[in-house]
Write a protein that binds this ligand. Sequence first.
Ligand SMILES: Cc1cc2nc3c(=O)[nH]c(=O)nc-3n(C[C@H](O)[C@H](O)[C@H](O)COP(=O)(O)O)c2cc1C
Length: 220
Amino acid sequence: MDIAAADELLTTTRSVRKRLDLGRPVDPRLIERALEIALQAPTGSNSQGWHFVVVTDAAKRAGLARLYKRAFELYTSGQIPGRAELPPDDPRAAQLPRILDSATYLAQHLHEVPVHVIACVEGRVEEAGTLAQASVYGSILPAVWSFMLALRARGVGSAWTTLHIMFERDAGELLGIPPTVTQTALLPVAHYTGAAFKPAKRLLAPDRTHWNAWGKRRSA
Ligand SMILES: Cc1cc2nc3c(=O)[nH]c(=O)nc-3n(C[C@H](O)[C@H](O)[C@H](O)COP(=O)(O)O)c2cc1C
């Protein structure tokens, strides 16, 4: 395996919003191949309850974009609880204005993105315990990330989004998704423009790694 290439893919696959090429269609066979790859991901008890709804129909994309925009406006107007305030010296605080700018662009242009993919999983767990929740969500989310990586390797960008889930039932009615199925993410998918992507500035792994007990660093 080419480790350098794998590391590059894993460290530079970003949420693509402003660099989605809205004027270029995506070959459906490329989507199908990326989904084949995604379905190599693990699932709890080998359940394989995954489903991907690929939306290319313009009227349906417009409908999803309307729901997403409504949710985005509720979220950004502070009517939906978001993340706790960060201290100004936290690196995540510095990244927020850029993310908000990019997320606003996506909310305004989602209907123009040529492909939307909604990742779904069989079952509902809102009333279930944490083991069931972890098992059901954990049985779709690795496949979603693999899908994003496989797209990226082929010059196609995407962004993990969840805001439309505020109106999950409306999206389900629009697309005929049964109410027994859980929608977990909506990925706008398009070829990306511009050159390479860079690794992001993240919290440091040693600060988030606990060896043998919570809060313990690895002894040298
Ligand atoms: C569970 C989850 C939900 C997210 N929901 C949204 C969303 O609704 N809208 C959006 O624009 N980005 C969303 N994002 C993307 C994050 O904002 C993004 O991953 C983060 O800002 C880091 O940027 P990067 O992916 O480019 O490294 C979501 C990401 C995750 C993992």
